[in-house]
Design a protein around this ligand. Structure first.
Ligand code: BTN
Length: 254
């Protein structure tokens, strides 16, 4: 990956890196409220992608904001039309795996998945996934911290944030990184579409950040066992109960 920072995620900058059906059509705004809203109710086909260089109302999970200085990160949403038999919450893991692989391709470092939707590099959160259901379609939003300097990262997040730059000392071509992310997302999503999470489980399990860690789940103390083959997180609570959880806010001890 080149060490040159791309100026924008405009169609002209990103088009040379679009290799499959994800990224087509490609909608770009230099600034918008949220790329999720650029796709909401659009009726666009699967793979349609919205990207921007700056969000004024970026949305994170649990109603939190998602912020990044202009032209520093990846802010992208992709339209998916998953088959009805699939279990939609698994899509966050599908997108997290794609983001982890794209980060690994760029940095040469192993990225991990913090269930259910975060991507970690050296114990810092470098990417987050927001999956929103809208009229039978799912809009998957991915925010990836790429070229932010340390003082440009949010400091009030439950999981400490990092960027590829703060963790590797290099800056990255965001357009090329976005092309790599879309290509990997398409391949992994197609695998999930046909075979569910089972086919991807090896790749996800190998990157399970929480495995064996002391955690709290919505305030309850536990030890994380593993991500299960059905996408749930197995935990052993301090009250000696083994449970598989479907969703929740997981905090870990540093
Ligand atoms: C999280 O970790 O809380 C999820 C963050 C998701 C942020 C991305 S940035 C692109 C897309 N547009 C949004 O408003 N949110 C998602």
């Amino acid at each position: 990956m080149s060490a040159v920072a791309a100026e924008s995620l405009s169609f002209e900058a990103v088009a040379p890196y679009i290799r499959g059906r994800f990224g087509k059509p490609y909608r770009y705004e230099p600034e918008c409220e949220s790329t999720q809203l650029m796709l909401h109710g659009s009726g666009l086909p699967e793979g349609a992608t919205a990207a921007t260089d700056h969000q004024t109302g970026g949305r994170g999970r649990m109603g939190r904001p998602w912020t990044a200085p202009p032209a520093s990160s990846l802010l992208v949403s992709v339209m998916l039309h998953p088959p009805p038999e699939r279990h939609l919450p698994e899509l966050s893991l599908v997108a997290a795996l794609a983001a982890a692989e794209a980060i690994e391709g760029a940095t040469g470092l192993t990225a991990q998945i913090k269930w259910p939707n975060d991507v970690m590099l050296n114990r810092r959160k470098v990417a987050g996934i927001l999956s929103e259901l809208s009229e039978g379609t799912v809009i998957v939003g991915i925010g990836m911290n790429v070229n932010q300097a340390r003082d440009a990262l949010p400091s009030d997040t439950p999981t400490e944030a990092g960027s590829l730059r703060t963790l590797t000392g290099s800056t990255y071509d965001r357009a090329a990184l976005l092309g790599s992310l879309l290509f990997r997302l398409e391949r992994i999503y197609d695998g999930w579409r046909h075979g569910g999470l089972a086919d991807l489980y090896g790749e996800i399990g190998a990157r399970d950040f929480l495995r064996g860690r002391r955690i709290t789940v919505d305030g309850e103390a536990a030890t994380a066992s593993q991500i299960l083959r059905d996408g749930r997180l197995e935990i052993a609570t301090d009250a000696h109960e083994t449970r598989a959880i479907e969703s929740g806010e997981v905090l870990f001890e540093r």
